[in-house]
Design a protein around this ligand. Sequence first.
Ligand SMILES: [Zn+2]
Length: 326
Amino acid sequence: MSLERYCQQFTRLTRAPNRVFPATTKHRAPHKPLLLLAVMEMVRRGEMITRFISITGELTELNTLFTTYWRRLMPVTHTSSIAFPFSRLHTEPFWELVPLPERQITREAINNITTVSQLRQLALGANLDDELFMFMTQADSRARLTGSLLEACFSEEGRQILWAEIGIQQQAFLYSRELEVRAHSRVQEDNTAVVYSDTVRDQGFRRAIIHCYDHRCALCGVRIITPEGHTVVEAAHIKPWSQFRDDAVQNGLALCRLCHWAFDEGLMNVDDDYNVLTSRQMAMAPNAAGFLMTLSGRPIIRPPDTALWPDPARLSWHRRHVGVGF
Ligand SMILES: [Zn+2]
């Protein structure tokens, strides 16, 4: 099929009209076009290299993109799951849901899906048309597809918002890659020379750290990713960004929310041998979380690649300036 034909199909997506959807989406459901934008970004990055979109594999990153685009257009009270468009795109000619063995894709089964857990009970993933996937891998064709989608599904204001967000996501991905490459370089470039916006920088640093630690908390080892793709960890700076402007991967740790708070408060730290330190102050507190005290002396979780390990000098700085009573 020709590129022109796919562009037409993108402009004719079945989208429910409803006044709960804002003018930026032309008062129609934005789920399908936003998912397709996320898919095209994944293909552009080279993170989706076949026409098959796995529910277990790519979905976490795909969901991050879908949710980011969604939040730029929709009121905060209006949430949605990626499972909704992932299953409903089945009604479009270029998207085929692939069922689990011995499961059948029926209209009734699709209509009952509102969460990723439900989607996983029905499908392994989805196949794009071969030719559509091929067009998505080519920059000029992808630009045509994106243009058609945005023109048909969003108002002028909506298009501007989405173009800006697409740009932010592309730069944040680039920055995260740069940070990982820089970690392997002998020359540690001066971060202050980087001209990215704070939004791009925040997202890029977060992405690099969570990727390096594979979603695992460096201090307590917890690793939880919900079926919707939400991770338990955040990206923490060892030496604070506000003072040092240092986004080096070696200045980062992936930490769950509790460990992040305890680390920033100076109640937890890391010694020169990469073991967890817990402060005496925490041990004396009447309501101290017993769980955190059990981590004392245990080795922290580090990325498999030693070049990405936290820097002992930066950890030492944290012990001296942020630590309390070790
Ligand atoms: Zn933790």
